[in-house]
Design a binder for this molecule. Sequence first.
Ligand code: FCB
Length: 476
Amino acid sequence: MSAGNPDYRDSGLVFPKGFTFGSATASYQVEGAAAEDGRLPSIWDTFSRTPGKVWDGDTGDVACDHYHRWESDLDLMAELGLDAYRFSIAWPRIVPTGTGEVNQAGLDFYSRLVDGLRERGIRPVATLYHWDLPQPLEDAGGWPVRATADAFERYAEIVGSALGDRIHTWTTLNEPWCSAYLGYGQGGHAPGRHEPAAALAAVHHLNLAHGRAVQALRATSTGSPEYSVTLNFHVPRGEGPDAAEAVRRVDALANRAFTGPMLKGAYPDDLIADTAAVTDWSFVREGDLTAIAQPIDVLGVNYYSTVTVRMWDGVSPRETHDGHKGAPEGTAWPGSSDVVEFLEQPGPHTSMGWNIAPEALEQLLGSLGEQLPGLPLMVTENGAAFDDAVTDDGRIRDEERTDFLRRHLTAAHRALAAGVDLRGYFVWSLLDNFEWGYGYAKRFGIVRVDFDSQERTVKDSGLWFRELAATGVLPR
Ligand code: FCB
């Protein structure tokens, strides 16, 4: 059963009947129409306008113009035979000031999108928060303050009431690791702060927002949606004499800071101890952990690459290749930045500089399956940026991306064969889009977007993925 090819370049593997093949995008990365129909700025509008923060001064003002082209984009998804589409709802379209009036035009946009998906037989998988916090909420303190979680609960109630009759899967948050640590610690993501204690307060308020949102969505959804959250698990590999200690610290901050409260109802003791010099965690109030630990139906797993860590000897020049996005002005590792170092990863790499390690996806899915028995898993993002070339005949022969997808789908299949309850795989991304700090310089799509004409062209990897979705068999 299990794939035999040691380099994970398999074909002919048969995925189980009902396995979901989908694609993913996020509102700020594709929609554009930043000032239309009542949308107000998010932290990413502000950040992308701040000189030096985003490559070449790119913004999401127009992006893929998906806000206007959604119908033909849905037709494209139907042509690709996708079972499901993972998109995100822009909070600043729904409650533009964060706490004030509801903007019906924003709800109407997503209502049309959801109906359009269902008409085409594509299941809507909606994420409530993929990083576009309404700017007024940041002005009032952002995720480090509790009121942001209160505002999120209300926003969840609003979208639950409007769309909860038709959504297949609700996902509360996308990668809260990035929101908290890159946004408030390292500073490479909006809002670009470098405050280690604030980053940990953001972790907690994001966790709280998740739990409260699951409850609000459950109370308002009249259909029978599934509930989930998407985390970007780190797969640390250790080196040096205290390898296990370095791995433990990174695992605590990156993974267990979220899975602990969300799935087990407690913050790990070692996380609290590792960060004691940064914060006393007094922002955790009585009742919070019960509110956070809501049952969910499926856990979303985003995976791109690994990190290699070592305890720093305190003497040699410290290495900081943590592979994350944006210029590291601050640290994404509060409490551990002075003791752990991140080593350069051996290749091969994608054009993001991220190492390609499909075996780590197999390992991650296997270990989550063991740690969380009874909780189905879904790969909600996996994919690669490469520098695509359009040939004279207009084709994009993106063999490296197809190879990447093949190897990671082989890894996913190996996990399945080993008994992991993996339900599906969403490729990141449907379209080339606004890649955060890298602007439009990095292309992840299985469909090319010409950002001058907005023309879409299915890349060879997209044709390959279409065959996979149609047959359920890993193509040649
Ligand atoms: C993930 C994000 C997604 C995209 C990919 C490449 O961290 O969730 O929006 O930027 O990385």
